[in-house]
Ligand binder design. Sequence first.
Ligand code: NAD
Ligand code: AKB
Length: 315
Amino acid sequence: MIRERILVIGASGQIGVELTLALRKIYGNNNVIASDLREENDLLKGTGPYVSIDVMNKEMLHVQVIRQNITQIYLLAAILSATGEKNPNLAWHLNMQGLLNVLDIAREEKIYKVYWPSSIAVFGPTSPKQNCPQQTIIEPSTVYGISKYAGEFWCNYYYQRYHVDVRSIRYPGLISYKSAPGGGTTDYAVEIYHEALEEKKYTCFLREDTYLPMMYMPDAIRATIELMEAPVANISVRTSYNVSAMSFSPKEISAAIKNYIPEFNISYEPDYRQSIADSWPQSIDDTVARNDWGWQPEYDLNKMTKDMLENLRQQ
Ligand code: NAD
Ligand code: AKB
């Protein structure tokens, strides 16, 4: 049996912190090496090894992979949709070159498995708005979406040509209370809970009727680990899997919060992120993920709202 040694790149980010902690529970603290450009996140301190890595520095990354006897890599370092529109060159460069560096090292060092997330941002204005299927018209209109779509095909290419077992999920917007989101269009759905508790009001940068696919972080972490643990024979998609949990608008999340904080008030001042949101589907069909590796979400809007507010109150 292989003794897994896992490298998480981008471990101090919104997903990285929780994924690193979950992987440490399964594989043992010392077998999961967290890495990031940023300083170690406070929640990771004292829970296992942490190294400073720039994924763009391929030589240094390669040295770490060999030195640490890495068998699996989770690549989370990226620039998200809203930040990407402010600096398209940087977003393209990091999102593409970072992935190619990891895939190349995985091929050369015969890394057992690679995880790299894609996003619902691959879909564009010409994709179906409702229950957007796994395979459909895909014409992304953001640099982030373009980089994710190109990345999906690089993953497929490295699997077909070099047999790198790289697996991927098109995450919807992710909502969490532990680590802050990093510059996405769906970030409003995290900010709103903080502001509801602290200020009892929130000004939303999207219109009240903007429906987007969303998922609570515990579901996203479980989906990731279930996909990575699925038998290789079950994996029919080598670009990236659609997964779905819930879909709501700012008006609906605000109503869900009001059930717990009746005095909460929301107002709307849409900005440049509105057109990004408008280009994405409102809901996702994840039948293929359900059939291939048994994906099932656990959280809907109300269950998530209760849990978010309870946990944020405790913080
Ligand atoms: P994040 O911005 O919170 O975290 C990314 C981390 O990468 C940060 O800690 C950052 O310091 C690090 N990083 C940036 N440049 C780096 C570099 N050159 N070398 C090493 N580390 C670097 O992002 P996240 O929300 O945790 O997203 C992780 C992945 O999941 C990304 O690929 C993102 O596109 C994807 N995703 C996220 C969401 C979401 O809602 N959070 C949804 C869909 C897809
Ligand atoms: C973003 O809004 O950019 C991310 C995503 C859906 O990929 N949360």
